[in-house]
Design a protein around this ligand. Sequence first.
Ligand code: HDD
Length: 717
Amino acid sequence: MSESIPGAVKKAFGVAGSSSKIEDLQRNYVDPSSVPKNGYTLTTDHGVPVSDTDNWLKVTDGTGTGPSLLEDQIAREKIHRFDHERIPERVVHARGAGAHGYFKVYDNSAAKYTSAGVLTDSSRTTPVFVRFSTVQGSRGSADTVRDVRGFAVKFYTPEGNWDIVGNDIPIFFIQDAMKFPDFVHAVKPEPHNEVPQGQSAHNNFWDFVGLQPESAHMIMWVMSDRGIPRSFRMMQGFGVNTYTLLNQKGERHLVKFHWIPELGVHSLTWDEALKICGQDPDFHRKDLAEAIENGAPAKWSFGIQVIPESQEHNFDFDPLDATKVWPEELVPLQIIGEMVLDRVVDEYFPEVEQVAFCTSHVVPGVGFSDDPLLQGRNFSYFDTQISRLGINWEELPINRPVCPVLNTQRDGKSRHKITPGEINYWPNRKGVFKPVPKEAGGYYEYPQKVQGIKQRVRGAKFQEHFNQAQLFYNSLQPYEKLHLISAISFELSHVEDPIVFQTYTKLLNNIDFDLAKKVATNVGGVIPDKPARQNLGKSTPTLSQTYYAPKEPTIKSRRIAILLADGFNLLEVQALRAALKSLGATSWVIGPRRGDVYPAGQDVGVGKGLFADHHYEGQRSTMFDAFIIPSGAAHAQKLAENGRTIHWVREAFGHCKPIGAIGEGVAFLRDAVMLPGVKFASSAHSSEVTSSYGVVTVGQVDPSSIPKKLVKIVQAD
Ligand code: HDD
């Protein structure tokens, strides 16, 4: 490949993040740098060279103006293509971002449960494509809204594609798929005015969930910090539904799938989330790409929870009820593999927009259960792909398997494949398209005995809705509880109909008395005088996101800002940046202007300063995980005279961000910013002060030690 090849194409043909799927996709890449053999650089869709792509054919009298002619087939083609650029957006999960990567299992420990090679063969590296999404908002909505996040994984295995179409929350709003259209209508913008966008804070949603107590557990999760993740890379993922695994002996186990992020589970504060919606609506999308491109691939470990079929009825909840977790002290999580996302997409539409998942797409060794939500999903996804992409959607490059697809299914709109031969049926005289016996790896259904009465009903244990909502609430740290109370209060404050917020505040009293009282007081709801149900006091540590902090604290891939004005200490900043880099963080210089900022003792002049990535107004503190103010008398003085920089620090402090400062930087914090509750030693060059708010100020120390101090605090957020 020559150096002149643009980055995107080089990436496509290069080795980084390569896999059998990437090689497969390359068959469809257009390389804009390769001059076609005929020498043409601009053509119509039928390959005819175009001499003018700017001016519609007109009748003029020599002045250049006059009526445009419909006969201009080149202009018409351009407009036709443009008019049809949009396809229907996904009815839910419309806004998303995706990346390529791979999946590996550590050993064959899952072989006792499943015959699936992807879960048992540790010599395999299975290519994957993952799409993360929000649920409620449309394709153009903001990333950091409060919502569930989709976590859909497509494994391209030699036995065909397997999709785990999951979320960042282990349970769901409803138990039976037949309620899905009602749920989605209730949460989506209201029909009369198409309000609100990208949030559930409205009458219809809370009306529905208030009358539908099976949603109570899920409401606890979405209103917790899980609803506003810091990054897609810092979320857990869950298959949510109960699937089954089938082993070589023909034994079946119920299974739940889990993804656990290497970096821990972290959230934004609500105030940050609100601000980022306006400051950078693409925050999560950009975060994923930025980390991968900066050499910090996103990584999750993969775990399974397994219940032998014979023990299905041994629990006080029904393992087929998608509104319940399987507490890990009852059903331990077995970590068996990992997934890494190490390659960004090259073109959004053909990859992220056209990728299409189906819960019904499983590989031999994986099957379904009678989970009534899953059963309905197995119908719905294929159906929606037909309306979104057409019946031949599985031929699209991102969706096609890396193994051969051989069958008698033919024709339909936009068929790409040409299958030679006269046979398109089975059985046939030539023996082609012969079914594969199960002993040879053909997919087969577990011979499940089914008998009963046809009825529209739910299982007895499906009727209990509050125990696990309470378990979740009890398992949160005190500050997580406060966040949850604030979140429900925010949402119910946006509910205008008193019937709705009164109903919901009453419902909360079934979960916890204190929770119900606080929310009801905030929103003018029904303040209970006694609990509707006793709080059983049960908790489990794995439900709090604090449980997932990595063993070794890390600031890998975190965004650290260095706040500067002219007259800063250059050597110090260089040492800081080197130290941050060595810890895998990215550092960003924020100065009075985008361009050179001049260190102390340096004449002003082009190329003589340190280049600032943004000016103070360009990126707010909300865009960073931590920041540092170096020393330098003139620089600290200028920062102290600027309202925006003072606001920067106060805002970051309010969001509990780690703040590092050195020398006069400490004086700026102490004298100009005046952080409440932080006590500084009397000298400007004070020794270290760490407050519970997460501020670390440092006096006369080696600047390269600051990033290590920040690590601990960033970790805890
Ligand atoms: Fe769904 C999309 C996750 C219940 C019907 N769903 C969709 C996506 C995710 C989920 C991550 C986006 C996939 C992508 O990135 O393209 N859905 C879930 C989870 C559920 C769930 C974890 C509960 C366990 N969904 C659910 C039910 C139904 C659907 C019960 C219908 C009966 N979901 C759809 C859909 C979507 C979809 C309408 C819209 C776009 C698409 O499928 O491809 O068919």
